[in-house]
Design a protein around this ligand. Structure first.
Ligand code: DLZ
Ligand code: SF4
Length: 509
């Protein structure tokens, strides 16, 4: 039997199950197609990263002598979707009598793939994606009929399963989680160690020109693209992170600083999620650095928690709960996304910074995503559909399996509490504590109803007030609700009027 082995743009791993057992007669297909590049308005850097990484990956396969069918963007008329690409490859290679693909990262495309067996009258084999440590079967067994699927318990299970940072049955240092030691604000004069960047080579320059031309209206500018596009460079970038940034990362994981888009973050999620990095290799490097005394426990544990805890957990949830999960809108959030999510022109310094970094780099770190753009969307009741599409489009690391639970569940609480035990709603005080944005803002973070008041403040109370029915009984919100109820009727009326005015003027903020 000779297979057509289909490799998607986020499956660029030499150890991909579909590739490991490839035979000499098999043909490997990679295709740059309009449907994948256009199902949301992806940031230019995301498309450049994926196309260039696909081209570099296929160059290595070519050197290894495999039979390759590579379709460049626009090179073959009438190829718009992965299905078109498969049809074309089968026409070119009539000798093939089977299809082999590794399970893909989005329900949407997986449905398309599932139709191929019937469409092409060929047997289709879908391999489990064992680049993830936790298989769907393992996750579903863990989930069982638990009422609450809390990440913390899943994470402990994964620590035991992998043995990472474990001393026998007990966690290194005696505690499972050092989250409380990950929340320091960052002094503005602390010397910064930026992530490693890479000058584009000829292949990448070609892709940049293509994307700047074909996706001219999309967010971003190809000129400043400097991400790794090969496994080798991605590993260099990660080792630089472990040696230089990780020792400081732990303390300042949640901090934000003016004009510092990266702080001590690895920015390696974009490499990991398209297959250039391997999660087990990354975790082992971090564990080794800890064992050699090069990084403190709160940094090593905080990083490993993101990989084997949070990342594997959201993937498990996504496949367990799709397609229904995408329909949730527990807080009836329907307001249109304001234009500043796309252009960043707003007087709110925190929002301007988060969006500007996003425009420049197709990146912002987790607290900017959760507590600035996400928090604002939650407080203002922005449309779940528009907000989730925005995150999927603008971040270079975003595929729906990771984006949807993080946005719909974690940031917007639209799943009604499946993923998070409370909404991550916060007023300006949180942003002021974790950043120096407020000192550089036209608004006053200490005020709530005055003309120059920080918009987050009135919106925060309005959020609690309008969602009292759904959230009033949540024990983790008991204190904020008690504080709201303590206020005089006059106070409440003034705050709600300010919030209503703010919501009417979103485009002018
Ligand atoms: C995101 C993306 C883009 C922009 N372009 C392509 C492409 O042209 N060809 C391809 O195979 N994959 C692309 N991808 C990644 C896919 O959309 C990704 O595999 C699915 O979203 C599943 O995670
Ligand atoms: Fe953001 Fe408000 Fe601070 Fe301005 S004052 S940076 S709007 S939190």
């Amino acid at each position: 039997m000779a297979n057509l082995i289909i490799i998607l743009g986020d499956q660029l791993s030499p150890a991909l199950p579909g590739l490991r057992d490839a035979q000499a007669d098999d043909v490997i297909l990679l295709a740059e197609v309009g449907a994948e590049a256009g199902y949301v308005q992806h940031h230019k850097h995301k498309i450049i990263l994926i196309f260039s990484a696909m081209r570099h990956f296929s160059a290595v396969l070519q050197q290894q002598g495999v039979q390759l069918c590579y379709i460049r963007y626009g090179a073959v008329p009438d190829i718009h979707s992965m299905t078109d690409a498969v049809r074309y490859a089968l026409q070119q290679h009539p000798e093939l009598d089977g299809l082999l693909v590794t399970q893909c990262g989005e329900y949407r495309l997986q449905q398309e793939i599932n139709s191929w067996q019937q469409q092409f009258s060929l047997p289709l084999h879908i391999a489990d994606d064992d680049r993830f440590i936790c298989s769907a079967a393992r996750f579903n067994a863990w989930a069982g009929d638990k009422k609450q699927l809390r990440m913390e318990y899943f994470y402990r299970d994964m620590r035991r399963y992998t043995g990472l940072l474990m001393q026998g049955d007990t966690p290194e240092g005696g505690k499972w989680n050092y989250d409380a030691d990950n929340r320091k604000p960052c002094p503005a004069d602390l010397p910064q160690i930026p992530p490693l960047r890479f000058a584009p080579d000829a292949l990448t320059l070609e892709v940049i020109a293509l994307v700047d031309q074909q996706f001219a209206g999309n967010m971003g500018n190809g000129d400043n693209f400097s991400y790794a596009v090969t496994g080798k460079d991605a590993r260099r970038a990660f080792l630089h992170f472990v040696e230089q940034q990780l020792p400081v990362f732990g303390d300042y994981q949640d901090a934000m600083l003016l004009d510092q888009p990266f702080l001590f973050h690895s920015i390696c999620s974009m490499y990991l999620n398209c297959g250039l990095l391997d999660v087990r290799w990354m975790c082992n490097k971090v564990q080794q650095a800890y064992q050699q005394g090069l990084v403190p426990l709160n940094a090593a544990e905080g990083f490993i928690r993101q990989l084997i805890g949070w990342r594997e957990y959201v993937r498990g949830l996504y496949w367990l709960l799709m397609p229904d999960y995408k329909q949730h809108n527990a807080l009836n959030a329907e307001r249109a996304l304001p234009g500043f999510y796309w252009h960043g022109n707003t007087q709110m310094r925190c929002m301007q910074q988060a969006v500007q970094h996003t425009i420049e780099h197709a990146y912002s770190h987790h607290i900017q995503r959760l507590m600035i753009t996400g928090n604002f969307a939650l407080l203002a009741g922005l449309s779940v559909e528009q907000v989730t599409d925005w995150y999927l489009a603008v971040y270079a690391d975003a595929y729906e399996w990771v984006e949807l639970p993080n946005t719909l569940g974690m940031a917007l609480f639209a799943d009604g509490g499946v993923l998070a035990s409370k909404p991550y709603a916060a007023s300006g005080a949180y942003i002021n504590r974790m950043s120096n944005y407020c000192k550089n803002c036209a608004y006053n973070v200490k005020r709530t109803t005055e003309t120059d008041a920080c918009p987050f403040n009135a919106l925060y109370w309005d959020f609690l007030n309008r969602n009292q029915q759904q959230l009033g009984a949540n024990p983790r919100l008991a204190l904020p609700f008690a504080n709201w109820h303590k206020r005089s009727d006059n106070d409440k009326a003034a705050i709600l009027a300010k919030a209503a005015d703010t919501l009417n003027r979103l485009e002018q903020l």
